[in-house]
Ligand binder design. Structure first.
Ligand code: GUN
Length: 299
């Protein structure tokens, strides 16, 4: 079974459009997302453009602040602080990666946790790691108590859409980044899976991955996960966004055709996790709007 993130994301966006229209009627304003883009990395510019289109589609107001690649950390921090104190802004996203001279953790820590639609600020990371039920689909997905990082939330939603319940299963996560590997591992733990996180220093990788009922690949290496590494019937979630070095075509971390023949469920690239990241961002923005108290936050 191929899990279409594109279709799932489209149905989430259709529901969100209705919800946002209802919010506008009830509170007199639409949720508003502010995005900060520093520099001119083409991939980041494309992500930000896709976010703008998605916001327009569901009725979320969108402001993008573009700063030059040589912007100083103080300039970025002032922009974050201005948005923190702007009552009309519900969500703030700083597009990553930032240019090398800007300390990402410093900037992320400056985002108000109430507006942190990426769920990456220290307060929200702490909540994810200390609250057992955090981010479980079906429990609090409509308006969770705090924002959960978008790509990991999207992976969990895709598993749930495919009818895969992680409870009691072996889950293996490839990659230990703050943005995907670590939070998705915690969400899988919260959902009752026994989780192994593998990375570049892991020995006997294929032996570990071939025991996985759920395999999440987030390492950024084209076609890295081959069929011999996958258990028959496993659910495989491919977070990779790579360019095939031979064909120049967009591809994931998974050798799709061979693995699809063996897996029980698999996400494609493109059209899998990518659209879900944006759908979760929209949900998180609406969640921030609702938690902030929309009636009070009108500018
Ligand atoms: N760059 C790639 N993915 C993401 C994401 O989910 N959030 C942010 N802020 N930057 C990214």
């Amino acid at each position: 079974m191929i899990i279409s993130g594109k279709e799932v994301a489209n149905s989430i966006k259709a529901l969100l459009s209705e919800e946002v229209a209802g919010l506008k009627e009830k509170y007199g304003r639409n949720p508003k997302l502010a995005v900060i883009l520093v520099g001119d990395d083409p991939a980041s510019a494309k992500y930000v453009h896709n976010k703008e289109l998605a916001c327009e589609r569901v009725g979320i107001e969108n402001l993008t602040f573009r700063l030059p690649a040589q912007a100083t950390v103080d300039q970025v921090l002032s922009r974050v602080e201005a948005l923190n104190s702007d009552p009309s802004v519900d969500g703030i996203l700083v597009q990553l990666p930032l240019p090398g001279h800007i300390c990402e953790s410093h900037v992320i820590a400056a985002i108000s946790p109430d507006k942190d639609v990426d769920g990456l600020s220290p307060a929200n990371v702490a909540r994810l790691w200390t609250e057992r039920a955090a981010g479980l689909p079906g429990l609090n997905s409509a308006a969770p108590a705090f924002p959960v990082p978008c790509t990991p939330a999207g992976c969990m939603r895709l598993l749930s859409e495919a009818g895969v319940d992680p409870d009691g299963k072996n889950a293996v996560v490839l990659g230990r980044s703050n943005i995907v590997g670590l939070p998705v591992a915690k969400l899988l733990l919260n959902a009752g899976a026994t989780v192994t996180v593998c990375h570049s220093h892991t020995k006997n990788l294929a032996e570990i991955t071939s025991k996985a009922d759920i395999l999440v690949a987030a390492i950024g290496k084209p076609h890295f996960v081959t069929a011999d590494m996958v258990k028959s019937g496993a659910a495989v979630i491919d977070v990779g966004i790579n360019v095939d070095p031979v064909t120049g075509v967009l591809c994931g971390d998974v050798d799709f055709d061979a693995v699809a023949a063996k897996a029980g469920a698999i996400t494609p690239v493109p059209g899998g996790v990518g659209p879900m990241t944006i759908a979760m961002l929209l949900e998180n923005t609406v969640g921030c709007f609702l938690r902030r108290g929309p009636a009070r936050s009108t500018a």
